[in-house]
Ligand binder design. Sequence first.
Ligand code: AMP
Ligand code: GLY
Length: 425
Amino acid sequence: MNILILGGGGREHALAWAVLQNPKCDKLIVAPGNAGIAQIATCAALDIEDGGAVANFAEENAMDFVIVGPEAPLAAGVADRLRDAGLLVFGPSAEAAKLEASKAFTKEVCDASGAPTAGWARFTEAEAAKTYIRDQGAPIVVKADGLAAGKGVVVAMEEQDALDAIDEMFSGQFGAAGAEVVIEEFMEGEEASFFVLCDGETVLPIGTAQDHKRVGEGDTGPNTGGMGAYSPAPVMSDAVTTRALDEIVRPTMAEMTRRGTPYQGVLYVGLMIRDGAPRLVEYNVRFGDPEAQVLMMRLGGQALDLMLATARGRLDKMQVNWADDHAMTVVMAAQGYPGAYKKGTAIRGLEDLPETSFEMCFHAGTSGTRGEITASGGRVLNVTARGDTLAEARDRAYAMIDRIDWPEGFYRRDIGWRTLEPEAS
Ligand code: AMP
Ligand code: GLY
């Protein structure tokens, strides 16, 4: 089978790595890919948000299956365009991708399906939004409605921060994404990410994870796209998982089907858990990055069978074969990230790292060829390992990092601390 993966980050490197473990994969192309992906698959330059271009490319290269990694092509309708062309695709339609592309849409779906989530209101006008904030008081959460590359959310502990966020969002800084804002009740609790596959009918859980969004150790400093993650998430006990499925995920999926826009693909369910009760923080319509890195390391080659069954509507026939294992990924980023950082610095030592089913260094933002790799992004490497315990996975990941020579990079030394050193939290 010939497979095309769209995307070029650490998530897509992990997806490519898992797909290649499966003997069903004869040929793998990743577009656009990156320097790490180029070491295991063919990379192709392609505008992945242009559905017509992707469909032509897939046909010309006799692709049998297309896996869409990031949200932007999904929101742009690339999966619809590919399905119209008769291709087998993993990823939701543009209409179903609104579960990530519009926060107000998601809130409406939650209300219609009775899924527990933060109380909310929507505004297209700054003064009304500010009046609402003054009425509600802080803490309160302000979100740009649309896709804002993870930057459109302000968790305001002080009322003034929320009012400032309104000015910022309506200033045009987020473009069309900020033309409408959603204001939410602040939820307390512990966060976890829950990943399920859905084929429009059947829902199949494929793992849980927790990530570290803040740049600094002890979860301090500015927000980032994620500095590390681990799986499974201990807070997702069987009881919490069952409640999340019964109260949130299945009702939402049923509502999407009722609306005539069934959801097909992976659903990333961001949860806030308090006293054993999960509430929805957000949906994403793709694998998390870097959560995919730990999920793929745990699932290995069966990830391809699961994604194929999703695309074919046969999830009812599938089950996940779990090893009783743990995985951790540690992000190495360019100094300065998430602010300004230098590009083009040399990374040495990568070619000597182990590449096994227990240890992989996935590339997120790199250029060059093996032996001459340079950093080309903010988050650059995802050093990922698996073990019988989380401590073992952590020790393996940090032992790999010790072998990487990149003076202009940095990483957090405390990924997993809430689980590994609970007394410190
Ligand atoms: P989102 O992009 O919606 O996931 O928001 C980013 C982060 O902001 C989440 O992972 C939470 O840590 C935080 N957050 C979002 N909404 C809320 C809320 N209603 N209450 C508390 N924290 C929130
Ligand atoms: N790691 C957070 C995300 O992928 O949205």
